[in-house]
Design a protein around this ligand. Structure first.
Ligand SMILES: [Fe+2]
Length: 372
């Protein structure tokens, strides 16, 4: 992606030695022998190339970009058939989505509480803060691959001491005390929020109707392991697309079902197109608008691991509020005609027709007036 903000090298040199440029987090990744791919789009997490990660006895790759290296990050990891990873504990939070394979994870604390639970592709869970955890591949012939999002960068940058972050003896009793049902799939639904520590199948998890994001899709939000990483699943029906919106950096969108494309653009610039399929990762840059279009014959569903979102005084994310009311979501009525035309052309190529006419009409009944 071309850098629109480039300045003369002479000016850049005057900032090159500041700590928030080459951060403790970036130095730690290099010391791990891994690469960071500075990407906003990975065509498929299941096939992206990984490097040996000796300390964790696996293969890995970090994916993040300039705006998320100080907030949250993302890594992909693979466990060879019949192998297990080295145990790890950490003073930051982590959410895990299993992309391929099956296996189990053991979680334990210093007090001696220990739980092991099993998972397969499509499972999602969170690691309780500072608990020891170890992942096992349950197959002797197939690899396991997972993607994680953590809030490690802010912690690494704050302490600048890997020994402290990865080797501090302390049990956070408000997060995990060895409850036997900690990693069962049960959970309490409060509004959109599901409080649970384990989802066995994110592709088929029932969702809650949410017309506010456009096209009558389903939505559910998660709080896992009593942590602070926000996450949600959204789904939109065949023949529909979502409303464009923007927010801060750090939203890692993983496609779970369907095929389609996403348009992304900084304000007042031309949108760029990114095609997606199951396994694609899209990380919208800070304040870039983005809009997801389903062009397949099945619903489009994605999981988003996020960082914090700006909210209105009622606590509603501004990406759910119309731009006509000062929010960050573009109503269908305000999008350029080319958006609809492009969508209909792409559907037609797949022998499908748009189901958006009713959606456009419904929106008009609740559309806020244009600002004076
Ligand atoms: Fe978004």
């Amino acid at each position: 992606m071309a850098d629109r903000t480039a300045v003369p090298e002479e000016l850049a040199k005057k900032f090159a030695t500041e700590k928030d440029w080459d951060t403790p987090y970036q130095r730690w990744i290099r010391a791990e022998g891994l690469d960071i791919i500075p990407a906003h789009y990975i065509p498929n997490l299941r096939t992206v190339e990984l490097k040996p990660w000796l300390r964790r006895e696996a293969k890995g790759l970090y994916i993040n970009h300039e705006a998320s290296r100080t907030s949250n990050d993302c890594y992909v990891c693979e466990i060879a058939p019949g192998k297990k990873m080295a145990p790890q504990r950490q003073l930051f939070e982590e959410m895990v989505l299993i992309l391929d394979g099956r296996g189990s994870t053991a979680v334990w604390n210093d007090k001696g509480d220990r739980i092991t639970f099993e998972w397969k592709a499509g499972a999602m869970f969170a690691v309780p803060l500072n608990c020891w955890h170890q992942h096992f591949n349950g197959s002797g012939s197939e690899h396991v691959r997972f993607v994680s999002v953590t809030n490690g960068p802010s912690v690494m940058n704050l302490y600048d001491d890997a020994a402290f972050v990865f080797d501090t003896e302390y049990d956070f009793a408000n997060r995990f005390t060895g409850e036997p049902d900690y990693f069962t799939a049960k959970g309490e639904q409060k509004g959109f929020l599901l409080e649970s520590n384990f989802v066995s199948d994110v592709v088929n998890l029932p969702l809650i109707y949410a017309r506010e994001r456009g096209a009558g899709g389903g939505h559910i939000r998660f709080n896992m392991a009593r942590g602070s990483i926000p996450s949600h699943i959204s789904e939109f029906p065949v023949g529909t697309y979502k409303k464009g919106h923007c927010h801060g950096p750090g939203a890692h969108v993983v496609v779970l079902s369907g095929e389609g494309y996403t348009l992304m653009w900084p304000e007042n610039e031309e949108p760029k197109r990114y095609d997606w399929e199951v396994g694609t990762l899209i990380v919208p840059p800070n304040r870039w608008f983005h809009q997801h279009f389903n062009t397949s014959a099945e619903p489009g569903r994605y999981l988003a691991f996020k960082h914090f979102s700006p909210r209105n005084p009622q606590g509603v994310p501004l990406s759910w509020v119309s731009r006509r009311k000062g929010g960050n979501q573009i109503d269908y009525a305000d999008e350029p005609a080319i958006v609809r035309q492009m969508y209909e052309e792409n559907l037609a190529r797949n022998g499908l027709t748009s189901k958006m006419e009713d959606v456009y009409r419904d929106e008009l009944t609740t559309l806020p007036p244009l600002k004076a």
